[in-house]
Design a binder for this molecule. Structure first.
Ligand code: FES
Length: 50
């Protein structure tokens, strides 16, 4: 499932990044390049971090 439509980032990619040691939203957005367009994915990412 796409979490970030603008940058075509899936929930699997996000979970993999978290497993690889990404521990903040900021870091995640930096490494996947997401969050900078429409911002719709930000809320979803917040939930994934719980
Ligand atoms: S859905 Fe992620 S920036 Fe638009």
């Amino acid at each position: 499932m796409y979490v970030c439509v603008c940058k075509a980032v899936t929930d699997k990619q996000i979970k993999a990044a978290i497993n690889d040691g990404v521990n903040s939203r900021k870091q995640l957005f930096q490494c996947l390049g997401m969050g900078g367009e429409c911002g719709k994915c930000v809320k979803h990412v917040r939930e994934l971090f719980r």
